[in-house]
Design a protein around this ligand. Structure first.
Ligand SMILES: [Zn+2]
Length: 114
């Protein structure tokens, strides 16, 4: 369950950042998660809630912003949302030579702290 490690890393980053800025309580943490990143949002939220107790993020809310995957066809430059990221072809010219441009995000976007 690698969501646990991701949650831990998000929490540590948030807490460190907060303390460096002289804050004592984290209100919310916003993360971007691409739907192709292989991270289950529910598991991530669950792990975050389990880990935050006893830290300055104890009452913090984890806000998960989901990013829909996007592909660009290298052949005709069509931009489209793939139904299945790892097995996709262009809806316009049917080429399977496509670049995935969105959907693998996994980053801390915003912190609200007091
Ligand atoms: Zn195409």
């Amino acid at each position: 369950m690698h969501e646990l490690y991701i949650a831990q890393s998000i929490l540590e980053t948030a807490v460190t950042h907060c303390m460096e800025n002289g804050c004592s309580r984290i209100e919310s943490v916003t993360v971007q998660v691409g739907l192709a990143a292989g991270v289950m949002s529910e598991a991530l939220a669950f792990a975050f809630d389990a880990l935050k107790g006893g830290t300055i993020a104890e009452t913090a809310e984890l806000i998960i912003e989901k990013i829909t995957p996007q592909c660009v066809c290298k052949n005709c430059l069509e931009i489209f949302e793939p139904a299945e990221v790892f097995l996709t072809s262009c809806p316009n010219c049917l080429s399977s030579d496509v670049n995935i441009t969105k959907g693998f995000e996994l980053q801390l976007l915003q912190l609200e702290a007091l």
